[in-house]
Design a protein around this ligand. Structure first.
Ligand code: BGC
Length: 387
């Protein structure tokens, strides 16, 4: 069947990591050697791709990479962004099902809000791949592609300690560690995103012993997930919480803040704005050590300028590749290969998962990890913007 042929070609290109190889390049004289995604039923069915928002760089990059990977594998793609609005995402998924999508790849906004859409998908025998964020409370999630989310948190906690000088660059206790105590504040992501708890728990596993032995102090005393979580990962929400903390806990000049656990670049930027507005980064008042996640260009720029200490690089090209491999496997009638069948219990069942590794990025390895790997260009880092 032409579709299988296309799918196999796509898989071969993916297997070599050559996401950019176009169908035209590998077409040759074989049967059906036309462009992919051209609406010819013989060339592959429709795959629906639901992304949460275009507000963040990372989801735009994810959407583009999944779309082009599927098109290279010969499928038509309906890619939708939902503006972080739950009813919009629900409607988009319903529309994909009624348009005849043969597989769905979904990065949810609220991981618990898609039960009825997934029932409709199951009734129509449509495989559902949960993308990056686990869809919860539903039997009808067939596969999950993501990064090792707990490890992301561990890396964030570790880099906060490294930035403060408590750990050395190998993650070992530094021989010449400054005595402290260090004042830190904690932030977590959106409570309706299953990932947010994993990030926070991973980070706290690393930080808690230093809080217990008083090397680290949280002057606001706000340490539980529910209190420090920022609804819908909103930059303004993080800025506002940081402003409130500065007003409630850090007035008078005696208490200054040394570190902030921020779980995503978008929140780090809100935190940085609040700190800059209150005089940090000028004169004697150094910017605290601030963590992040996603290696967004806007934050890579802040890492280069020394305003943000670290980010966690999650190569969305590789995640998109795994999503395409999973969708292609289902559409060929096989099961995608999981490398984790224990961790991701969604409230109803353990969803077989494929987890990808992540890397801590600071000013020291930014060029090697982000620019030399082709993830961001030098110009994007310099301008803080992607094209
Ligand atoms: C993703 C992060 C992202 C966050 C906010 C999480 O589910 O895993 O990479 O920073 O959502 O968009």
């Amino acid at each position: 069947m032409a579709r299988k042929l296309w799918a196999k070609r796509g898989m071969a290109a993916l297997a070599t990591g050559a996401m950019a190889v176009s169908l035209a390049a590998c077409g040759g004289g074989g049967a059906g050697g036309g462009g992919g995604g051209g609406g010819d039923d013989e060339e592959g069915g429709l795959v629906g791709v639901a992304m949460p928002t275009q507000t963040y760089e990372r989801w735009i990059a994810d959407g583009d990479a999944v779309k082009s990977g599927l098109e290279e594998a010969g499928y038509d793609v309906d890619l939708q962004f939902a503006g972080d609005d739950i009813p919009t995402q629900q409607q988009q998924i319903e529309a994909m099902i009624s348009k005849g999508a043969e597989a769905l790849i979904i990065a949810s906004i609220d991981g618990t809000a898609l039960g009825s859409q997934l029932e409709q998908a199951a009734a129509a025998d449509i495989p559902v791949i949960s993308y990056d964020r686990l869809i919860r409370d539903s039997e009808n999630v067939d596969f999950y592609v993501t990064f090792d989310n707990y490890e992301v948190g561990v890396q964030q906690g570790t880099s906060l300690l490294t930035g403060l000088g408590i750990l050395d660059e190998n993650g070992e206790e530094a021989a010449d560690a400054p005595e402290g105590p260090f004042n830190i504040e904690l932030f977590a992501g959106s409570p309706d995103d299953n990932n947010a708890g994993f990030f926070f728990d991973g980070a706290m596993e690393v930080l808690q012993p230093y809080i217990d032995d008083k090397t680290l102090v949280v002057p606001s005393k706000q340490t539980d997930f529910g209190t420090v979580a920022i609804q819908r990962w909103e930059q303004e929400g993080a800025q506002e919480r940081m402003e409130n903390l500065l007003t409630s806990t850090y007035t008078g000049g005696d208490t200054t803040i040394d570190g902030v656990l921020a779980p995503a670049d978008v929140l780090s930027r809100g935190v940085i704005t609040a700190l800059q507005n209150s005089g940090y980064g000028k004169g004697d008042l150094d910017m605290p050590i601030i963590t992040g996640q996603d290696a967004e260009a806007a934050s890579a720029k802040l890492i280069e300028s020394g305003d943000q200490y670290s980010t966690i690089f999650k190569d969305t090209r590789l995640l998109a590749e795994q999503a395409v491999i999973a969708a292609t496997s289902f559409l060929e009638g096989t099961e995608p290969e999981a490398n984790d069948t224990e961790t991701y219990e969604n409230g109803v069942k353990v969803v077989p998962s494929y987890l990808l590794p992540t890397v801590i990025v600071t000013a020291d390895n930014l060029e090697a990890e982000l620019i030399e790997s082709g993830y961001l260009t030098e110009e994007e880092v310099a301008s803080g913007q992607t094209d």
